[in-house]
Design a protein around this ligand. Sequence first.
Ligand code: PGA
Length: 254
Amino acid sequence: MRKTVIAGNWKMNMTPADTKAFFEEISPLISGRKSCGVVFCVPFVDIPAAIKGAKGTGAKIGAQNVHFKENGAYTGEISAKMLVECGVEYVIIGHSERRQYFGETDETVNLRTRAALAAGLKVILCLGEQLDARQKGITNEIVSMQTKLDLEGVTEEELKNVIIAYEPVWAIGTGLTATPEQADETCGVIRATVASLYGKKAARDLTIQYGGSMNEKNAAELLAKENVDGGLIGGASLKPAAFAAIVAAANKKA
Ligand code: PGA
C-alpha cells in the first residue's frame, strides 16, 4: 500500500537559529508512534540544523531544489551529490514558484528529477494548473501533460522514489484551497496518467500529495479522499502546532 506523507515546504523562511528553535518546539509534538511519513524541506543553509533538530523524531530532511549537472560552472546552484553528503533524503523539484520566477520548464524539471533520482534522492515532483486553465476546463490535459513530460526517462524502479505533489497554482499561498472533490479528481487524473505510463500497480503505489493552502483546519477533509495521499504544506509548515495537527490528521488516514 502507498504511504501517506506530509511534507513542509519552508520556502525562503527561517535562519539556522530559527530552525533550531523550531525543532525544539515541534519535536515533542511529532515524536512517538506515527504511521505517516514526515519531511521538512528547508533552505540549503538550514540543512545541518534541521538534521540535528529532527533526530529522534523520524522526520526526514529535504531541500527545495537541485541542479542536474554533477558539478561545474553553475554559480549559485547545488548538486545532488552535495545534498546527499549533507544527509538530505528528499528534494522538491518543479515547484510553481521555481517555474514562475526562475524560468523552470518541464524540460529542466525533468533533468533535475532524473539527476536527483540517479544520485539516490527521493523527489517531490510538483505540478499543477494555473487559474485560467482551471477556468477553461483544461486542468486534466495540463496535469496529464506535465506528468508525462516531467517523468520522461524515469524508470519504473526510480518511480518508487517519486512523490507527486499536485499543487493548483491558484491555491498556493492564496488562502484558496481546492475542494476535496477537486483535489481528489485531479490527483486521480495524475494517477491514471502514471498508470498509462508504468502500469496499474506502479500507479496504485504512488504517493500523490495535495498542496495549496492546506492547513490544520482543512487537512482532515482533504486527506480523507482516496487519491490524496498526503500534503505539501507551505505557510502552515512554519507553525509547529499547525503542522503537528496536520501530521496528526494524516496519522488517522495512514
Ligand atoms: P501554501 O504553499 O501551503 O502556503 O499554499 C504550498 C506550497 O507552495 O507547496
